[in-house]
Design a protein around this ligand. Structure first.
Ligand SMILES: [Cu+2]
Length: 131
């Protein structure tokens, strides 16, 4: 009866152990990222090559009502409807206006249907308004 070659058995065991280790690390990393808040949105994008999670949309269509116009910083306080793609409930938030959009064109109480872009560090910018 032919016995196992001890070296190849050892190699196989070592390889298996390394594989398990690599998978465990990968799992740990994705769990850590997923547990982070929305600030890690861009990390999700960078990791999407080997991740099976759905990448978060950067630009979404949103409905909302202008609650306040902040002329000094060209920003709007908007009460927006739920944003499913970002798992965000309806709420009031401060949004920046992209170049070409001016607070002068908005009024408190105005209903808007707009394209909202999310950038890293929770920066939200209205990039287009479709009335
Ligand atoms: Cu929000």
């Amino acid at each position: 009866m032919k016995s196992f070659d001890k070296n190849s058995v050892l190699t196989a065991v070592t390889t298996a152990a390394l594989l398990v280790g690599a998978i465990a690390s990968a799992t740990l990393i994705s769990t850590t990222v997923a547990a982070g808040d929305m600030k890690s949105e861009h990390k999700h994008h960078n990791m999407q090559a080997n991740a099976d999670m759905k990448p978060m949309a950067e630009v979404v269509m949103v409905d909302g009502v202008v609650k306040r116009v902040i002329a000094d910083s060209n920003q709007l306080i908007v009460h927006h409807q739920p944003i499913a793609a970002w798992t965000m409930a309806e709420m009031q938030m401060k949004f920046n206006l992209a170049d070409g959009l001016s607070v002068a064109d908005f009024n408190e109480g105005q209903k808007i249907h707009f394209k909202l872009k999310q950038e890293n560090m929770m920066k939200f910018t209205i990039i287009e308004v479709l009335k």
